[in-house]
Design a protein around this ligand. Structure first.
Ligand code: F6R
Length: 609
């Protein structure tokens, strides 16, 4: 998984603009970076391993000449993060450069074939075959245009790709192709851009054209021309106006995107309440009709699914099966059928594991529904119905605002389904809708009143070697999410499980001072949870509790606590209760000297299996 960018400018220098765009794409990968530009008929390339700022310091990415160029920020899949493996990759003659996001599955065969024809490879990447294939195609038929050569080339490729190619022979064009990896085009009066996603060019233009799988697009100062790869037929597609302001894609004064995004949650939750009723209604009709219903996702999105399985059960009396996407095919692939419905939840809409589960389900004629933050993503295109969660771009690698938005949409969906099935009284419905409306303000209050406290708690526990996160009922999902956040950005080993499981094994890890975080809403599980807190306390654990305001009982037991406002219904509780856990992870990362926006070994959108 990587980020690609390209631009053709009327005037000015492409290189600094590419550099800035790659910074906005850094969340997609950041182990190497590179740029290629064309100037006076000659190709110039700079690239190296390392994060963009490091590479820029050594090589000055901004001084490549020319008004046209491409760039790449990498997350290694084939070949270690080394200078030779960084993109752009060039052909033998050094005249053609390509950047690529995705995986070419048959690259070994292609490479062997090309080597037998005399091509010399510099890197261990799958991408380099693309440059050599274009070269080979043009060698065999010199009258072909770059676009035609790219067309011929991609017909030989198996796998996923968003590619942007440049050639000295046609120094006014960038040719891009897409299959199963995201690609968008941006346009204004002075330039045209291609990128892995919209925030890359959002400060430059808000006019975007989404490129579909199986399409090639040729960019020049004349505009863009889209064709189908299969038959070269022309596709006509107007740009869409994107209403994300450029400011939404920068840090707005916060030290990190993650903190900014934690603070944006009240606003996102307000936007989420604007999800159109008829989509909720349509999706709940599909859920109502399903004989079996799977909730499929990865990571944080899976935790949203897990929480929603309690919502669907408690509100609409619908049993659903939350499944981690990478396990779906093995676990349910054979049994899923025309009567099954799969609701996939994916912030990016591009997560390969999730899409693979959906492909399997679609082959077996199951109904696919989607919840995503990315309109135009693969998930939106393959779903019978999809809902956009309206969180705006999330740059921090760790999901925060998109998690609470997912929970809000899923709660609305569970309510819609409860209504359709006649499982909810009018009073209960009105009560829950009112509470949902108040959640943005509740979250605002939590951030305002508890952030400083969490900062202090993080200071106190910064050297802890491990953590437990425990909850019961729907709070189990909150505990899982708190644990994932702490692990992924603060690099603290942590375990989460339903509190009732402690005595079946994990409690043996507890020794004096071991920090255990308890999620303690005053719901039906509260009394039993107190018992679990006592068990941990008796073994010397340090109890950090997330409690409802004024909960004296847990307050007395806890070593440290943070409070959320009273009176939040159980089914909505993960939204406010996860906020202090996001802050804990953020401040633990800071205390331990880590960069929360770009945790090591991770990337925002995981497009490999
Ligand atoms: C964790 C995180 C990941 C993603 C997961 C799924 O903070 O962000 O665990 O939730 O990679 O991504 P999407 O939702 O894009 O499918």
């Amino acid at each position: 998984m990587c980020g690609i960018f390209g631009c053709v400018l009327k005037d000015g220098n492409a290189a600094p603009l590419i550099h800035a765009a790659l910074k906005r794409l850094e969340y997609r990968g950041y182990d190497s970076v590179g740029e290629a530009t064309l100037f006076e008929g000659k190709l110039y390339v700079k690239k190296d391993r390392g994060m963009i700022d490091e590479v820029h310091k050594v090589h000055n990415l901004d001084d490549l000449p020319g008004t046209i160029g491409v760039g790449h920020t990498r997350w290694a899949t084939h070949g270690a993060p080394l200078e030779v493996n960084a993109h752009p990759h060039v052909d033998c003659s050094g005249q053609i450069a390509v950047v690529h996001n995705g995986i070419i599955e048959n690259f070994s065969e292609l490479k062997l074939e090309l080597e037998n024809r005399g091509h010399t490879f510099q890197s261990k990447t799958d991408t380099e075959v693309i440059a050599h294939l274009i070269e080979e195609t043009l060698k065999a038929n010199p009258s072909l245009s770059l676009a035609d050569a790219v067309l011929e080339t991609v017909k030989k490729l198996e796998g996923s790709y968003a590619v942007a190619a440049l050639s000295q022979r046609e120094p006014d064009k960038i040719v891009c192709v897409r299959n199963e990896s995201p690609l968008v085009v941006g346009i204004n009066e002075n330039a045209i851009y291609c990128a892995s996603d919209i925030p890359a060019f959002l400060p430059l233009t808000n006019k975007a054209v989404i490129i579909d799988d199986g399409e090639i697009v040729i960019l020049s100062l004349k505009g863009y021309e889209i064709k189908k790869i299969a038959d070269s037929s022309l596709v006509s597609r107007e740009p869409k106006l994107i209403d994300w302001s450029p400011e939404m894609a920068v840090k707005q004064g916060y030290p990190h995107f993650m903190l900014k995004e934690i603070h944006e949650q009240p606003e996102c939750l307000r936007n989420t309440l604007r999800v159109q009723e008829h989509y909720i209604d349509l999706m709940s009709s599909f859920l109502d009709r399903a004989r079996e219903c799977f909730l499929v996702a990865c990571g944080t999105s899976y935790h949203a699914c897990l929480a929603s399985s309690y919502m669907f059960s408690k509100l609409a009396f619908l049993a659903t099966y939350p499944v981690i996407a990478s396990e779906f095919v093995e676990q349910h692939g054979k049994s899923v059928n025309i009567d099954s419905t799969i609701l996939a939840v994916s912030q990016s809409g591009e997560t390969t594991d999730t899409l693979a589960a959906l492909n399997c389900a679609r082959q077996r004629a199951a109904t696919v529904l989607g919840l995503t933050n990315a309109i135009g993503s693969t998930l939106t295109r393959i779903s019978r119905v999809y809902i956009c969660q309206q969180s705006g771009p999330e740059i921090g690698v760790a999901a925060t605002k998109t998690f609470t938005s997912q929970l809000s949409v899923l709660a609305q969906l569970a309510l819609g389904l409860a209504k359709k099935r006649g499982k909810i009284s009018q009073d209960e419905m009105d009560f829950l809708k009112e509470k949902l409306k108040k959640l943005p303000a509740t979250v605002e209050t939590i951030i305002q009143t508890q952030e400083e406290k969490m900062k202090q708690i993080a200071k106190k526990y910064k050297d802890a070697k491990g953590f437990f996160f425990l909850g019961r009922g729907i709070s189990t999902a909150t505990a899982y999410e708190g644990r994932l956040k702490l692990m992924e950005i603060a690099y603290v080993p942590a375990i989460a499980f339903p509190a009732g499981e402690s005595k079946h094994g994990p409690i043996s890890l507890v020794e004096p001072g071991f920090p255990v975080v308890f999620i303690c809403p005053k719901d039906e599980t509260y009394k039993t949870l107190i018992g679990n807190i006592m068990e941990m306390k008796a073994r010397g654990a340090s109890i950090i509790a997330v409690i409802e305001e004024g909960d004296e009982e847990v307050r007395r037991l806890a070593d440290d606590y943070v409070e959320v406002p009273k009176g939040i219904p159980e089914v909505l509780s993960p939204i406010p209760f996860v906020i202090p856990l996001q802050l804990l992870a953020y401040y633990m990362a800071i205390e331990r000297g880590h960069t929360p926006d770009t945790p090591r070994n991770l990337a925002k959108s995981v497009t490999v299996k």
